[in-house]
Design a binder for this molecule. Structure first.
Ligand code: NAP
Length: 260
């Protein structure tokens, strides 16, 4: 008989089709989690699930657009049907619109908040009752140093990531006493499609090459180089395994640490 206390964790990973989310899925599969992989790209998710299954992982995929306000509850229901109530939700899905403020419309701002703030809140709403009953569970949000400091040409993204960090702090205060861990993980620039696309967009304006733009982003990191997806994933796996009591974890330092 499976002892529920010692059964492998059930973890939802959003934005699992590539980049940091894919690296998180790989790290957690290696640590024995049962995984629900979420993104819009069905083919990429299926390829990842096949790859992880061939390495012995138990996975399920859900294709969803997390800007849809019903998506988190639908994903949690699909998880319950396949595996049981989620142990952890890793809200990682994100886009990073980059433009000057004159081009940043209310629609772009709303869409960015839908993905980075409303979707994690939707998961918290859907998961809180079962997690409170269990006296355990974890909601982890892939935030950014853009949730802690300001960067130019990213007003919607920086505002949304500050919102994500604020949401994490509020949920930590509200749900922490019930035994639920809430984390905001804050890396600086990470080598992924987001940063490659941003470098290409800068290069398209003709003043620099994509390689130079990429190097300039890396130099803005306090660690002086790009973070790598598997390094972020290792931190996520550590937090879900060790369950420390802090909330906001900044990665872009020589010695990564909780800010609070
Ligand atoms: N790269 C960085 O420098 C950096 C730094 C700090 C924090 N972050 C954060 O880390 C997270 C992952 O970023 P990344 O660099 O790995 O980016 P990425 O390679 O572009 O991956 C983004 C992921 O999010 C998914 N996604 C995007 N919009 C979605 C939507 N509406 N509904 C569902 N899924 C959606 C994408 O899948 P589909 O396109 O298939 O939907 C993809 O799997 C983001 O929250 C980002 O803000 C990134």
């Amino acid at each position: 008989m499976v002892d529920a206390q010692h059964a492998s964790p059930i973890t939802i990973v959003t934005g699992a089709s590539r980049g940091i989310g894919r690296a998180i899925a790989e790290a957690l599969a290696g640590a024995g989690h049962r995984l629900v992989l979420v993104a819009r790209s069905e083919d990429a998710l299926r390829r990842l699930a096949d790859d992880l299954r061939s390495r012995g992982a138990d996975t399920h995929t859900v294709t969803a657009d997390l800007r849809d306000e019903d998506a988190p509850a639908t994903i949690v229901r699909a998880t319950e049907q396949r595996f049981g109530a989620p142990t952890n939700v890793v809200s990682n899905a994100g886009t990073a619109p980059a433009d000057k403020v004159e081009n940043t419309t209310p629609a772009i701002l709303r869409e960015t908040f839908d993905l980075h703030v409303a979707a994690p809140l939707g998961f918290a709403r859907a998961c809180a009752p079962a997690m409170k009953k269990a006296g355990a569970g974890c909601l982890l949000h892939l935030a950014s140093t853009a949730g802690l400091r300001g960067y130019p040409f990213t007003s919607a993204y920086t505002a949304a990531k500050h919102g994500m960090v604020g949401l994490s702090r509020a949920l930590h205060a509200e749900l922490g006493p019930a035994g639920i861990r809430v984390y905001a993980v804050c890396p600086g620039f990470v080598d992924s499609d987001i940063t490659r696309a941003a470098a290409a967009a800068v290069a398209a304006k003709g003043k620099t090459t994509a390689d130079q733009a990429f190097a300039r982003m890396a130099s803005q990191n306090r660690i002086g180089r790009m973070h790598l997806p598997h390094e972020v994933a290792a931190t996520v796996a550590m937090l879900l395994r060790e369950r420390p009591t802090g909330c906001v974890y900044e990665l872009d330092r020589a010695d990564p640490a909780f800010l609070d």
